[in-house]
Ligand binder design. Structure first.
Ligand SMILES: Nc1ncnc2c1ncn2[C@@H]1O[C@H](COP(=O)(O)OP(=O)(O)O)[C@@H](O)[C@H]1O
Ligand SMILES: [Mg+2]
Length: 484
């Protein structure tokens, strides 16, 4: 008589990859709420045939469920559950089902595939000046791409760049909220000085602040030199997965201050805290973060894509950059409808949103204007001439003013074109500009996400194009000032 050992029952927990696959699939359902980024459990239950209790256990990724449950969930969305999507654990202790995975299990979850990050149930978070993004909507595709870069590809640096108001800060914040459980510590900081007249925060103080929040315990001795602090910081980033969000890094980029009468405070600050230009120290530090060995991730937002990232993004697979697009007409419609009552056809919404490139900040101002002066009628707003007014002008001017003259000249030419302009034609318009200068100028426009299309043809994005055209037409002062 053979005595086969009783088989130990095993339970499964979704890995971050498996969880993300399900999220992407459920986001296609009608009941998906873009603001809460979820479907109701009741609807999912109808869809999958699983109980709401089981579904919440699957989503929580703390207690195990039967592997067949995961298979059923995946099959309901025509997905195949593969080995990277889950980890199996023996049920040796019933407390597992109540208290979540043990340390050993968490380790297995994180090493199930070389690319997984350890889930942390209680990350230490310092949100700094991060905005409240509870009204966040849309961005399903962008969030999926970004999470794939951070969780699966284990990128060390992920940069979000684009024009002011397009939603970089909100996207970075939403992303970090969704990723916080995957990191031991999350620190969110803005590098923009509070007031224009304020100096950039000295690099050494910036490092002290990071160390204070990233070190697991207060240290008895803190290195005094900048290089010592950087070494200590790199050790922390190597030893535990930290998520560092640095907002507004254009504040430290030479590109943003090169031409800049408009931002003299950037040019003139006596910023030497370690004998070297503090801007350079910041930039060099960021470059090191992208290249150094560590298991952490740094998310950057910037109006200008840093030059070192332009050349490294994608090449090593460890740094990536996203040119943040505007929101879709559906998302803008959803967003504005939370702020007032609007009337307009779908075509009106479409026209309104594409005119301003889906820029949520600007469309928020425009929505305000439509409420106050056009009784909420988008049609009436579109039927009149005035599309740019003080609040919007200020925002765009602020960004145009700091551009070198050569960039402004190229933009003026592009603003007259409705179709992509071949580079050779642009060259003939600007034959007094040396070729190298022209190429540099185009690269600079691309790094600011002001043009679409590829290197051989250029098209200015609608928002700036419409603005420049309006400005060149109008010699009279702007008709409304609605600054409050
Ligand atoms: N995904 C979004 N959902 C709803 N509102 C958004 C979203 N993204 C941006 N906004 C709105 O647009 C404004 C500007 O966004 P922000 O992220 O600060 O832009 P940026 O950092 O690119 O200058 C926010 O204050 C918010 O009102
Ligand atoms: Mg911002």
């Amino acid at each position: 008589m053979s005595h086969s050992r009783p088989r130990r029952r095993k339970v499964a927990i979704l890995t971050p990859t498996g969880f993300q696959k399900l999220q992407e699939a459920t986001s296609q359902l009608d009941c998906w709420n873009p603001c809460t980024k979820s479907c109701t459990l009741e609807k999912l239950s109808e869809y999958t045939g699983l109980s709401t209790h089981t579904l919440s256990k699957v989503h929580a990724r703390q207690a195990g469920v039967d592997l067949r449950t995961l298979t059923r969930y995946f099959n309901a969305f025509n997905l195949t559950l593969d080995a990277n999507d889950y980890c199996l654990f023996p049920v040796t202790d019933i407390s597992l089902l109540e208290n979540g995975p043990s340390k050993q299990m968490k380790f297995s979850l994180s090493t199930a595939s070389q690319t997984k990050i350890l889930p942390h149930s209680n990350p230490i978070v310092s949100w700094g000046m991060a905005p409240d993004v509870s009204e966040f909507c849309g961005r399903t595709a962008e969030l999926a791409t970004l999470k794939q870069w951070v969780l699966d590809q284990r990128c060390r640096v992920v940069a979000l760049f684009g024009i002011g108001g397009v939603g970089k800060t909100w996207l970075a914040t939403r992303l970090s909220e969704q990723l916080q459980q995957d990191f031991a510590t999350v620190v969110w900081r803005s590098l923009r000085p509070i007031a224009r007249t304020d100096a950039l925060i000295p690099f050494s103080i910036f490092l002290d602040d990071l160390l204070e929040h990233l070190l697991p315990q207060p240290q008895s001795t803190v290195p005094e030199t900048v290089i010592g602090k950087i070494r200590q910081l790199m050790d922390v980033l190597r030893s535990r997965p930290c998520l560092l969000v640095l907002d507004n890094i254009e504040s430290i980029l030479p590109d943003s201050r090169s031409s800049s009468a408009a931002e003299p405070y950037l040019e003139n600050e006596p910023l030497t805290d370690c004998g070297a230009d503090a801007y350079e120290a910041y930039v060099e530090f960021l470059r090191q973060l992208g290249q150094g060995r560590h298991q952490s991730c740094i998310i950057l937002t910037s109006r200008v894509q840093p030059r070192w990232l332009q050349f490294h993004a994608g090449a090593s697979g460890k740094t990536q950059a996203l040119n943040v697009p505007g929101l879709t007409p559906d998302d803008i419609q959803h967003l504005l409808k939370t702020r007032g009552h609007f009337q307009g056809t779908q075509a009106d919404w479409q026209q309104l949103v594409s005119y301003y490139d889906g820029n949520p900040l600007i469309l928020g101002f425009v929505g305000d204007m439509i409420q106050r002066f056009f009784g909420g009628s988008i049609t009436a707003f579109l039927n009149q001439e005035v599309r740019f007014f003080a609040r919007v002008n200020e925002l765009l001017d602020q960004q145009l003013r700091i551009l070198p003259t050569s960039l402004q000249t190229v933009m003026d030419v592009l603003a007259t074109q409705d179709a992509p302009l071949p580079l050779s034609d642009l060259r003939s318009h600007l034959n007094y500009l040396p070729s190298a200068r022209l190429i540099e100028t185009i690269t600079s426009l691309q790094s600011r996400a002001l043009v679409s299309t590829d290197d051989s043809e250029l098209l200015l994005k609608p928002l700036m194009k419409n603005y420049i055209k309006t400005q060149s037409r109008s010699t009279t002062p702007v008709p409304y000032s609605c600054s409050r």
